[in-house]
Design a protein around this ligand. Structure first.
Ligand SMILES: Nc1ncnc2c1ncn2[C@@H]1O[C@H](COP(=O)(O)OP(=O)(O)OP(=O)(O)O)[C@@H](O)[C@H]1O
Ligand SMILES: [Mg+2]
Length: 270
């Protein structure tokens, strides 16, 4: 997501959040799968408040730890990790490091508030309920075994995020698979919700939809058809729409504008 657009708590996000809550409650392993661009990564980051946490834990050697922390840090109980595209050999240590860094920031901040000496443990997953691993499709058996080990050694839930078909791939590893309690499909936006979202996008461009106006209605219907509930496509299409409106100094989104925008998006639309 670019920094200017805000996260929208869609129905699919709410279902995803319930799924995460349930995995935490039962301390299960869970699998969440969905088509590219439906919003899996963004939802995981939002659920774990990762934009905030990433800033807190990305300190370097001479930085003062915890200076930017606030009370919100104590509400963070989820770690988010993206499986590496190449060589996963450092995965376990990287996850451990992320956990330790969060633990460190929490204790340093706690000690700033209470005045007590900071105390922290390393690699203990203390105060962590859930570990979300994105791009699970990239991992091979050995790395999956490492994750199983983390799961077995700690009292946490783990959620794997991947593409459709990943549940079947995981079923080839019986030991891991037997630990998976829930599977969840991250679905596309429904037509109604896309509709709702588009009204919001129209507003972002400083326009208002008038559905009684046939050309607005037609443009809306064609966007719904082109994007087919795919969040990434909606965002990309709107970037083009905005560009086309600007270049041509237009003030309303018509089917022609939508089609021109679609044509400039060479990839991603069948
Ligand atoms: N809830 C949301 N609110 C606002 N924008 C969203 C939301 N969900 C997704 N998007 C938009 O859709 C884009 C794609 O989302 P995301 O990267 O999470 O998809 P994904 O399911 O992880 O895809 P992939 O399988 O390719 O990794 C984001 O960059 C963002 O622009
Ligand atoms: Mg993703």
């Amino acid at each position: 997501m670019n920094n200017t657009s805000t996260f929208i708590e869609t129905k699919e996000y709410k279902r995803f959040a319930e799924f995460c809550d349930a995995c935490i409650k039962y301390r299960y392993m869970g699998v969440c799968y969905g088509l590219p661009g439906v919003g899996k990564t963004l939802s995981s980051r939002y659920y774990s408040n990762w934009d905030y946490l990433e800033k807190q834990i990305s300190y370097r050697l001479n930085d003062t730890i915890g200076v930017h922390a606030d009370e919100k840090i104590f509400d963070c109980h989820t770690l988010f990790y993206t499986a590496p595209a190449v060589s996963a050999s450092r995965m376990t240590s990287e996850i451990g490091l992320t956990d330790s860094k969060l633990n460190m920031v929490k204790s340093v901040y706690r000690s700033m508030v209470t005045g007590e000496n900071p105390q922290f443990t390393v690699n203990s997953f203390e105060g962590i309920d859930l570990l979300i691993i994105d791009e699970i499709d990239r991992l091979k058996l050995q790395s999956l075994e490492q994750l199983r080990d983390i799961y077995d050694q700690n009292d946490i839930a783990i959620i794997f995020i991947g593409m459709p078909g990943i549940e079947k791939k995981l079923s080839r590893y019986p030991q891991l698979y037997s630990r998976i309690g829930f599977a969840h499909e991250f679905d596309r936006l429904s037509k109604d919700e896309t509709h709702h979202l588009l009204a919001y996008k129209w507003e972002e461009l400083g326009l208002s939809i008038k559905l009684e106006d046939f050309s607005d209605y037609e443009a809306l219907a064609s966007i719904i058809k082109i994007t087919n509930g795919n969040f990434r496509l909606i965002q990309r299409l709107f970037t083009q729409i905005e560009r086309i409106l600007e270049i041509n100094q237009l003030t309303s989104i018509t089917t022609e504008v939508v089609e021109a925008a679609r044509d400039s998006l060479v990839i991603g639309i069948k």
